[in-house]
Design a protein around this ligand. Structure first.
Ligand code: PLP
Length: 394
């Protein structure tokens, strides 16, 4: 069968593939602990789910909504941005998409011409590389020299090819590092001076821990006077991964171009999910803080425990998101008898029954990622299994 070069050239999402494999093993009765997928283990808060049910019962969800989303949801984004960051944007700066993932996909289609270069820091979220590729662009994964692996302006100045766009993901998936106010400011200034789009993926912005402050680009620059673009959504902070609501905030010209494309792609994000997202943003925010505190506790316990597993270490403690990205010692790989971390994560799944995607999918071989968005007892058991696995070989 002759499928397109475009689809043949892309790799399936390694985190979703591992998730599928873990679920298949579970369906065969194997007790797999799945730390592979990036989603909160909490149920969507009740007020949010009830808002969707109420919208359905009130017959508000039978028809297409505007393809860029309900005006009331855009207004809820505008109001929440003001409440969070005291930044003023208008509804014409916002488009609603079927998850932040689609925002990023449509953005790449909107910004890139064939051959255009996009830069991000390695390790990075698995979908950036394929989404850039699908738009005909090229993703340069910069291996920054600092311990936190954050992209810096000197890194950008060292790139020898013309850069069209930079993606900064703070807090970062998979390292959990958070860019400081100054670091974001420097990159935004560099972007303005060099006419480069700066895409800030702020999907984990509400999930920062142990007193660390998150800085949004919206606190530092006027969206209508810069080439900064913000991507965010309700998936992570509101435990709404299944609802698929995200958004892009940018200059109206970019938003209008994205909307042209969205009109041919999804027609609109699911209406009931949009009503749920309105409640998420306008309603009581206490559940966000409750979940944040739970993640913080789990991070603190799991970080310490993971660093006691032979052969593994996390050098810089994560400050946000809900992932740990341990480095695997070369001796540990040798002792286990595997050539790389892709083989290692397969062996861990088969023998220890813990699903942890390998660093290769994140542009950083020699590591693997685990999500601590699970209850503490499950995390403790997973760390015990990892510990027993490595002890068996070392
Ligand atoms: N950006 C990053 C860094 C992510 O980790 C994810 C999800 O895993 C997304 C964007 C997409 O989120 P969603 O499409 O669920 O809104």
């Amino acid at each position: 069968m002759n499928l397109s070069d475009r689809v043949t050239a892309i790799t399936a999402s390694p985190t979703l593939s591992m998730n599928a494999l873990a679920k298949e093993m579970q369906s065969q009765g194997i007790d797999v602990i799945n730390l592979g997928v990036g989603e909160p283990d909490f149920q969507t808060p009740e007020n949010i789910a009830e808002a969707a049910i109420a919208a359905i019962k009130a017959e508000k969800t039978s028809f297409y909504t505007p393809s860029s989303g309900l005006l009331a949801l855009k207004q809820a984004v505008v109001d929440r941005i003001y409440a969070r960051y005291q930044a003023r944007i208008g509804t014409d700066n916002v488009t609603i998409t079927t998850g932040a993932k689609l925002s990023l996909y449509v953005l790449m289609q909107t910004l890139l011409n064939p051959g255009d270069v996009v830069v991000t820091a390695a390790p990075e979220w698995v979908s950036y590389v394929e989404q850039v590729k699908l738009a005909g662009g090229k993703l340069l994964e910069v291996h920054s020299k600092n311990d936190a692996l954050k992209l810096t302006v000197p890194d950008l100045m060292n790139v020898s090819e013309p850069i069209k766009a930079v993606i900064i993901n703070s807090p970062t998936n998979p390292t959990g590092q958070v860019y400081s106010r100054e670091e974001i400011q420097h990159i935004l200034d560099w972007g303005s001076k060099n006419d480069v789009f700066i895409i800030l993926d702020e999907i984990y912005g509400q999930l920062v821990y142990n007193g660390v402050t998150f800085t949004s680009g919206l606190q530092l620059a006027d969206i209508n006077k810069t080439n900064m673009i913000i991507v965010d959504g309700v998936s992570k902070a509101y435990a709404m991964t299944g609802w698929r609501i995200g958004w892009t905030i940018a200059q109206p010209k970019i938003i209008q171009a994205m909307n042209k494309l969205l009109g041919h792609l999804t027609s609109n994000p699911t209406a009931a999910a949009q009503y749920a997202a309105i409640e998420a943003l306008n309603g009581d925010q206490a559940t966000v803080e409750t979940m944040r505190q739970a993640f913080e506790e789990r991070l603190n316990k799991t970080f310490d425990a993971l660093n006691c597993v032979p052969g593994l270490h996390v050098d810089v403690k994560p400050q946000g998101a809900f992932y740990l990205f341990p480095k695997v010692d070369a001796e540990a790989l040798l002792a286990v008898g595997v050539a790389n971390t892709t083989e290692l994560s397969t062996k861990i799944l088969q023998e220890a029954h813990v699903a942890v995607p390998a660093g290769e999918g994140f542009g950083m071989p020699g590591y693997f990622r685990l999500s601590y968005a699970k209850d503490q007892a499950t995390l403790d058991e997973a760390i015990n299994r990892l510990s027993d696995f490595f002890k068996k070989y070392m």
